[in-house]
Design a protein around this ligand. Sequence first.
Ligand code: ADP
Length: 259
Amino acid sequence: MSKIVTAIKVSNFSFYYENKKILEDISLDFYQDKVTAIIGPSGCGKSTFLKSLNRMSELEGEIKVEGRVEFFGQNIYERRVNLNRVRRQISMVLPKPNLFPMSVYDNVAYGVKLVGWYPKSELDAIIESAIKAADLWDEVKNKLHKSALELSGGQQQRLCIARALAVKPRVILMDEPCFGLDPIASGKIEELIQSLRSEITIVIVSHNMRQVTRVSDFTAFFQPNENRVCSLVEFGSTTKIFTNPSDQRTREYVLPRMN
Ligand code: ADP
């Protein structure tokens, strides 16, 4: 068996929006080239936690943190950290496709151009490879210069994943990537996660427990604690969390949702 490497190590992490504590004392490792799912009740802080892993949360308001989030050993909350680099290496896909009113090609090229200049042929190859990796090439190869907003919801979401992949991140954070999609479009996103699995570190927030059991290697269950602040109840292999969780609260949350 290959050695497990930690890509992101979260230690005693607490998070505040406008002095209101949202996350309390979370310690959790995300393993390289594995899929980790974050589950828990709505409003408890899963998205906030996800966005804290690449410091996107601070784009939304005044924040304060305690503890550490280390990305391959570097605390991303250190003052001297290069934020653009962090967000490029830890890329994010939001619940609703957030494409720009530009062509399919330009949407994917956008982030790549921010990173550096490439000759046209090289840029074309990067775009094609990212769209292929997002399993969308056959559907859009003849529409690369048409508006991305003309694609279906599921195609738009896969294009967002292509855009995230194009900058060659080491981690992709996915916040409910199948939100609002029909079962066929959701299935395609799941297949895509399966195909990326073992090549890239993925952290996914999902409310769909069956989906979590299908796509993830590890699961972290979050719930508000006695202070009504989100904390980690249990982390383990997805098989364990869904068949034999250690904590009664995990059992009470997970098992009814599997029926
Ligand atoms: P979940 O993803 O589990 O549904 P969220 O992370 O979206 O939960 O929300 C957790 C808490 O953080 C909620 O109480 C929400 O109101 C609060 N929150 C989320 N975003 C912000 C923000 N930008 N400013 C202040 N509070 C926020």
